[in-house]
Design a protein around this ligand. Structure first.
Ligand SMILES: NC(=O)c1ccc[n+]([C@@H]2O[C@H](COP(=O)([O-])OP(=O)(O)OC[C@H]3O[C@@H](n4cnc5c(N)ncnc54)[C@H](O)[C@@H]3O)[C@@H](O)[C@H]2O)c1
Length: 226
């Protein structure tokens, strides 16, 4: 199985690549700066997506994991920051799904897509309206793409990570007040590790999930259940 993983240079994406390589698949990481053995890709850039998908060769799957996070109250949030959040996550995920589906159609192949959403896709938090909007849209696009591509045998699912220990969350998980607030949301009482997302990604990509389509799978220590 050959899988393109955006955001593959860091955090969850890097853990996904390690895990897929570890189970004998081939992960092709793609990130803003080409990781070792990988590709350069800015998910906001349509032409860059075309180049990356062509360079990756025939693929069995795509993991849309690239992402950014920032905090701002609604009254302070710049339009440019809102737009960038949507471009990286929403436009990026759309361009990936579209490019992948076009190639599977042309090549007579099919496969699976896993989009990395977030618990905030359904459970809003204050100070992140742009991130909440982007992740909600990823969850909605996952359902739309799953419904549309199911007849050609493709599956499109999403994962909703809770709070996972990566460079993106290092500031929050080293701040005692932030950590206490976050842990009050997590019945498991601890952050997740990137490898705990990677194993769920591998499941959704694999034939073990052959009848799972359009799902938003929480991997969150129970956050969304509470
Ligand atoms: N860490 C968490 O707690 C958590 C929780 C829920 C969802 N997520 C999501 O998981 C994904 C991975 O996050 P992470 O925690 O591993 O963060 P991270 O910062 O460690 O990794 C994000 C990666 O995405 C890349 N990236 C950013 N913008 C890009 C762009 N325009 N094009 C290509 N690559 C780009 C970065 O260079 C980086 O390598 C993100 O979509 C994030 O929103 C993370």
């Amino acid at each position: 199985m050959r899988i393109l993983v955006t955001g593959g240079a860091s955090g969850i994406g890097a853990a996904v690549c390690r895990h897929l390589d570890g189970i004998g698949w081939t992960a092709v990481p793609a990130d803003l700066h080409a990781p070792e053995g990988g590709l350069a890709l800015d998910t906001r850039d349509e032409a860059a997506w075309e180049s990356a998908l062509d360079a990756a060769g025939p693929l069995d799957g795509l993991v849309n994991c690239a992402g950014i996070r920032s905090r701002s109250g609604i009254t302070e949030l710049d339009l440019a920051d809102f737009q960038k959040m949507l471009d990286v996550h929403v436009i990026g995920t759309f361009l990936g799904i579209r490019g992948m589906a076009r190639r599977w159609s042309a090549q007579g192949r099919t496969g699976a897509v896993v989009n990395i959403a977030s618990v905030v896709a359904t459970h809003a938090v204050a100070g992140q309206i742009h991130y909440v909007a982007a992740k909600g849209a990823i969850a909605a696009m996952t359902r739309a793409a799953a419904v549309e591509l199911a007849p050609v045998g493709a599956r499109v699912n999403a994962i909703a990570p809770g709070i996972i220990r990566t460079p993106m969350t290092a500031d929050r998980l080293t701040d005692p007040d932030q950590t206490a607030w976050l842990m009050s949301r997590v019945p498991a009482g601890r952050p997740g590790e990137p490898e705990e997302i990677a194993t769920a990604v591998a499941f959704l990509l694999s034939d073990a999930a052959s009848y799972v389509n359009g799902a938003l799978l929480p991997v969150d220590g129970g956050w969304m259940a509470s």
